[in-house]
Ligand binder design. Sequence first.
Ligand code: ADP
Ligand code: MG
Length: 401
Amino acid sequence: MSAGGIETLGDLRGKRVLVRSDLNVPLDGDRITDDGRIRASVPTIRRLSEAGARVVVTAHLGRPKGAPDPAYSLAPVAARLGELLGRPVAFAEDTVGPSARRVVQGLGDGDVALLENVRFNEGETSKDERVRGAFADDLASLVDAFVSDGFGVVHRKQASVYDVATRLPSAMGALVGAEIDVLRRLTVDPERPFVVVLGGSKVSDKLGVIDNLLGKADKLLIGGGMVFTFLKAQGHEVGKSLLEEDQVETCRRYLTEAAERGVQILLPTDVVVDTAFPSGDQEPTPRVVAADAIPADALGLDIGPDSARAFAAALSDAKTVFWNGPMGVFEVPAFAEGTRAVAQALTEIDGLSVVGGGDSAAAVRTLGFDEASFGHISTGGGASLEYLEGKVLPGIAVLER
Ligand code: ADP
Ligand code: MG
């Protein structure tokens, strides 16, 4: 069975609807530095509001330790959400306490409220089903129905994602629906050539994806910090570059397996190195070296220009691309060119280009690309990776029951 959209909830006029959104935005003090996730959450909230529902949004921010912490208050997010919606958003100073009850009670048809950070409650992320369940009971008692729209959290078995859906008539929001559609197109009979580009910092985060996609992709391009474990697996020295020694053997096995299956794995032939990891107070001194000749005192921080060209060429005829993880330390301009080249190549393909991963999405925006020139920019790094690993996402499965 597949989960239904909000139309399956029937006439929403006057109904109180809890929406789990992903509003986990980066903050500098109380200034929101990237409101991408808030903007992505607006369509579902707006649709519910226009249908006359009394919309109660719940979300988390950061990782508070199951208790209130002003540093992680959603108050600035409520203000920004109101601006984007073009209507006031009532803010409850707790999640299921007296303030939440008062705010929800005060809602008229079409009104929108945001509850304080759901992770201020230990029940939200508790591994103890009873503790989580009790909190889910409190959340469910505020409303009449539930809409799951926080794609960034659907891989989590948490009260506001999973348990609450077992207690209320529930539906899938537009954002989660769109994300799942795209992921399905990547995994069920993708149009070929299907090219997967992986980068980012940790190889161990991405092993499951490599494992699952080796059987589906035509080409796998690898860059970023994780590439050095692969270069090591090929017998090269990587100097002071990021290296996960305990994954070298696994990477070697993937290289062999790819060769056997006829999947092309492309690794960089040159890398941009420096003698230290970039820090604010020191001018970077980048230089390009061959990938098989990284000096012992250097660390690789980006793929080199030859590799960037080769990666772009390998992408040029792709009909489906999934990209997760920057090619280098894109936060520093001297090490951003590999990431820029891959992003540029994705914008030029004649087919479906998907960007997954928090930092990859941020890279696309920071480097000044127009989001509309990509087929899809996913809002959930962990969730898309788990889906592509072939894992069941609890927050989706619970809607399909
Ligand atoms: P995503 O969030 O897109 O899944 P990751 O979290 O896996 O991506 O990785 C992003 C981080 O990887 C970025 O902060 C980037 O600076 C870092 N990174 C990329 N290349 C390297 C490298 N060669 N050495 C160290 N860190 C790197
Ligand atoms: Mg990340």
